[in-house]
Design a protein around this ligand. Structure first.
Ligand SMILES: [Fe+2]
Ligand SMILES: [Fe+2]
Length: 182
């Protein structure tokens, strides 16, 4: 595997807890790219496709950013798994229409917003690595946009079946992060 700009950041500089978080971010952004690929694989709705294409580009840029600060030896070894999980998380609700897609994205981005926020807050508390902090804050800002866009497009809150699905998505995200933090 190639070393990247990450290795300019001496990995001794990055505390172990942050390496775990960045690995979970890499997993998450890999999954996010795949979610939109899954949506685009299924949906023929022009509005949905434009939404997914825009978001896909942003998630690809997040993945590039995270890869640029994660040292090669700390990368996730489970990326194929997160790619498959993300693809299903995008493709499945696409079979049920626009509201299901927007509800899924709102659930994912609500999780990701908090996930980035707790990393940013810890970096602030420990006064560490301001460049990494800024990079995470930039990603988080985009995720908040994605969440708001999905919530607006969805209109009224999701009904029972959809709420249950969103809870499953949230639970799955938590499991993935727990696995990658180790
Ligand atoms: Fe992202
Ligand atoms: Fe996002």
């Amino acid at each position: 595997m190639n070393d990247t700009a990450a290795d300019r950041l001496d990995s001794h500089e990055i505390p172990v807890w942050l390496l775990g978080e960045l690995r979970s971010d890499q997993a998450g952004e890999t999954g996010a790219v795949a979610i939109y690929e899954g949506i685009l694989w299924v949906s023929r709705d022009t509005k949905i496709r434009r939404f997914a294409e825009d978001h896909l580009r942003t998630e690809q840029s997040h993945l590039t950013k995270i890869n640029s600060v994660l040292p090669a030896k700390s990368r996730s070894r489970l990326l194929p798994l997160w790619r498959a999980a993300g693809f299903v998380t995008g493709a499945l609700p696409s079979l049920f229409g626009a509201r299901a897609i927007y509800a899924t994205i709102a659930a994912v981005e609500t999780f990701v917003d908090e996930h980035y926020l707790q990393q940013i807050e810890r970096l602030d508390r420990e006064q560490l690595l301001p460049t990494v902090r800024e990079l995470l804050a930039d990603c988080r800002e985009d995720e908040i946009h994605h969440k708001q866009e999905a919530e607006q497009a969805m209109g009224a809150g999701p009904q029972l079946v959809l709420r249950t699905w969103c809870r499953i998505v949230d639970f799955g995200s938590r499991i993935a992060v727990a696995i990658e933090r180790r």
